[in-house]
Design a protein around this ligand. Sequence first.
Ligand SMILES: Cc1cc2nc3c(=O)[nH]c(=O)nc-3n(C[C@H](O)[C@H](O)[C@H](O)COP(=O)(O)OP(=O)(O)OC[C@H]3O[C@@H](n4cnc5c(N)ncnc54)[C@H](O)[C@@H]3O)c2cc1C
Length: 345
Amino acid sequence: MDDIWLILEKDMTSQIKLMARASSLVIETAKSLGSKAICVVLGSNLSSDECYRFANKEGYDSVLLIDNPYLTNYCADHYIFTLLQLLRDYHPSVIIFPSHPHFQEVAAQVAEQLQAPCALNYDNIRISKDRGIILEKVITRRQEQISVAVDSTSHPVVIVLGKDIGGPNYSVISKVPLVKSLAVELNGYLVHSRFVGVEKMDIESIDLSEAEIIVAGGGGVNTPEGWSLIQVLAGELGAKIAGSRAAFMRNFITENQIVGISGKVVSPRLYIAIGISGCNEHLIGMRTSESIICVNKEKSAPIFRYAQLGIVADLYFFLPRLIKSLQELKDNSNRDRKDNAKDIH
Ligand SMILES: Cc1cc2nc3c(=O)[nH]c(=O)nc-3n(C[C@H](O)[C@H](O)[C@H](O)COP(=O)(O)OP(=O)(O)OC[C@H]3O[C@@H](n4cnc5c(N)ncnc54)[C@H](O)[C@@H]3O)c2cc1C
């Protein structure tokens, strides 16, 4: 069986936590298929020492470094041309990308050019004796696990991993990887786009579609004091803030943070709707959330029909108590952790 590739950007080799699960899937898959596990790092001014250390620690057989000034910043064209050039000379059977917004478009376009199967957001890869490569993903809100078998005999299989990659924990066996630098040709004649710039964005306007937890406020949050409760709650939960159009009309959120038919469609693990009635225009944007909790003082509010947990309460009464309980929980668990650390010493 041909090699299994994991594609990385320069900075990813230092993102130990992010990479550990991806590496474990790549290496387990390679082992089951009797293939070599190879990581391919794209970037400029790559440190071969750092890449070597990463590949050595994670247990890759080799690492291919593609160092080119055009790869300093992400530009889909550049990544796609780079990979297509490599794939003229190399023939991996599986190309795996870690979960990252960049990689969705790169993977899809590389697969299209190769006329290869492309699977997005799969959390597990396993090898079945009869069916070959099986990809799995769990749709929690539907309590379903989807499995697909893909054929890698005539084309490479292109896979983008999901955020919740699973699979068995593997014991890392470090290897002495082969490090190889490869040149690719990228210039203005070949690529049709160029990097223009990166702007720092207000944290609250960062893509809500990526958020795991969203705290959203609505027309019921009608004072700045009420809105600061939303902000404190979001801070305690590490959540992003959003709202209904009513919150936007009160200037509590930007247009980017409106959820609904004329705003964002979001699907977080948890959507907490506070003082939101649940009219259709809003529901369209959030009803596919895995879990919905709502707080509303009117028990007839339509939002209750969509929530797994509905709290009939005045937000000005309920939120300060909820926040206090969360803070106490956090303090207690910090204290326990400190006590445990003392016991160990
Ligand atoms: C073309 C068009 C497009 C639209 N697009 C969108 C869209 O994309 N997204 C969107 O959200 N809206 C959209 N709207 C607006 C939408 O129709 C509603 O007006 C809006 O969603 C209402 O927001 P709300 O439920 O937060 O506020 P309200 O309708 O004002 O409801 C407030 C809720 O808070 C509760 N409440 C009040 N006080 C308290 C309290 N102290 N404690 C607890 N609960 C309290 C009330 O019982 C009520 O249920 C659109 C409208 C149009 C016409």
